[in-house]
Structures are given as structure tokens and as C-alpha cells.
Design a protein around this ligand. Sequence first.
Ligand SMILES: Cc1cc2nc3c(=O)[nH]c(=O)nc-3n(C[C@H](O)[C@H](O)[C@H](O)COP(=O)(O)OP(=O)(O)OC[C@H]3O[C@@H](n4cnc5c(N)ncnc54)[C@H](O)[C@@H]3O)c2cc1C
Ligand code: FES
Length: 291
Amino acid sequence: MITAVAERPCMVCGDGSPMEPAWARIVAFHQESSNTASYSLQFVDPEKRKQYQFLPGQFNMVYLFGVGEAAISISSDPTCCDTLVHTIRHVGSVTFAMNKLKEGQCVGLRGPFGSHWPLESCRGRDILLVAGGIGIAPLRPAIYQLLKNRDQYGRVILLYGVRSPQDMIFKEEVEEWQERRDFQVLITVDYPSEEWTGPVGVVTKLLRRVRLDSQRTSVFVCGPRVMNRAAAHSFLSHYVPEDQIYVSLERNMRCGIGQCGHCQYGPKFVCKDGPIFSYASVRNLFGKDEV
Ligand SMILES: Cc1cc2nc3c(=O)[nH]c(=O)nc-3n(C[C@H](O)[C@H](O)[C@H](O)COP(=O)(O)OP(=O)(O)OC[C@H]3O[C@@H](n4cnc5c(N)ncnc54)[C@H](O)[C@@H]3O)c2cc1C
Ligand code: FES
């Protein structure tokens, strides 16, 4: 059995409506790179702490009083929900404000929301994870699950692309993963430093270095829009079936519960039907810039 909840877990929010956040305290902080940090959070209410569960790939709406809310994936181990981690790149109003918070201060959380990586249905298959930049954050809970249940999967491979070696996040952990014999980890950078001796170029170039058995491989992709598109098309051209290519999509979000229409993607809502979609289910929309 896979050691995590199998069905979509219940949402934890404040006491009133699903739009009301529950307070969570920052109990630890780790600077991952110049513009990205991981925040370990614990619900202030011990009941909510006990109640909270999530599946790999799901996200919370993170609320900062007086600033706003942003959708942020959960980057921690789904079997340890007492403390959950959000890894955040500081790019705009909410995330810049998050950067000013200190340990002991609180943020609001609503969640978990959205679909998850299909670890159950992919049992017995080779799993190829493709991460671009901060896209490794929503894949990390899936990696923990795969490694905990390593005997239930075929080959497990991570292709990880970053702009430069300094932009790599979860660095120590990625290095530990690279030491394992049952996990193939390949990293590429766009802009190498003088010390960098590894591959250079876009993440899809790493495919050449991987022995791919297309009929027994499931692919999980998360990165910038252009990378998602290139990766999906690359796997299709390697004959991976389109229902075995899963992509995590990003859209601006407001409610997170399929009510406001902000995240609409054709007939689908990214907050509720996604963010993780099989390529087969979004084939007609995928690649269009604005739908
Ligand atoms: C399901 C999901 C999961 C996500 N997970 C993560 C995660 O784990 N970690 C993470 O860091 N992010 C994650 N994101 C992305 C995050 O939600 C967005 O980056 C969010 O917009 C950040 O909120 P903000 O208020 O800080 O930025 P915003 O103020 O919304 O700005 C976001 C972007 O828009 C640009 N921008 C802002 N204002 C303007 C303007 N007036 N004109 C033009 N451009 C502007 C900014 O430069 C920035 O690039 C996720 C998104 C989704 C949908
Ligand atoms: S964020 Fe409101 S419908 Fe998805």
C-alpha cells in the first residue's frame, strides 16, 4: 500500500465559509536561493493540525492580511502533515510580503485544493519527473512517496532544469537523491558557472541521456508554460501515450473552489479540475496562450 491518503482530503479553512483562511504559524524558514525560500507552517489550532492532510501536487491558498492571497503548492512530505512546507519564489505582492515575515508570525491558509499526481494508478510503471525551476516544489511530495514505496514502481527518473547552478532549490536533498542507485537524477542549467561540469541547455535535451520505454512510462511535468509545452510535445514524439503525460498548469486564482471563474481554462477550472491534468484531457487547449 502507498503510505498516504488515497482520496482527495477534506479542506481545512477558518470557522466560517471555505473562503475564510485558518491561521498557521511559520515555525521554520530556509532560504533556498536568492529569490526563493521554504516556509514550514503549523496550524495554530491543534484540531486543524490533526485534521489536515494533502496529496502530492495539491496546493493551498496562502493569505497575508492586508495584502492578498496566492496559490502555492505544498512541497513537503504528505505523510507528515503536522508541519507543512510552502516553497515560494518572491515575484509579486503576496510573495514579496511573505519574504518580510519572520518565524513566529502567521499566515492564513485555505486548502488543500486541486488534483494530484496519479501515484496510485501509475504503480508498476516507470516514472519520469520533469521539473523546471520552482516546478520542482509540487513534485517533491511525489518524489517522497515514490522513494518511500520504491518497490512498487519501475525506474524513477528526475530531469531538473534551472537557470543557473545558484538557482537550484532543495540543493542538499537533490544531491542526496543523486547518490541513490534506485533514482536517476539529471540536472541541466541554462547559464553554467565556471565550476559547473554538468549538462547545459533546456531540460528536454536531457531526454537523450535517458533510456525511455515509452509504453511503460508515465511522465509528470511541472515548470514554466513554455517548458511544459515543449516537454509534452517531446514525449508525444517519443510515443509516450497522451494519457500517461501529466502536466501541472498555472492560472491566476482567486477562490480556489471553482466559484469565481478566474482560473478558467476552456471548459475546465484549474483550481478544481487541475492543476494536474493528463495531456489527453487538455489536448485541445494545451499550447494556446490564452483560452
Ligand atoms: C496551482 C498553483 C500552484 C502554485 N505553486 C507555487 C509554488 O509552490 N511556489 C511559488 O512560488 N509559486 C507558486 N504558484 C505561482 C503563484 O501563485 C503566483 O506566482 C502568484 O501570482 C504569486 O502571487 P503574488 O501576489 O506574489 O504575485 P503577483 O503580484 O500576482 O505577481 C505575479 C507575476 O505577475 C507579475 N506582475 C505583478 N503585477 C503586475 C502588473 N501590474 N503588470 C504586469 N505584471 C505584473 C509579477 O512580476 C509576477 O511575475 C502557483 C500557482 C498555481 C496556480
Ligand atoms: S480560482 Fe475561482 S474558479 Fe478557480
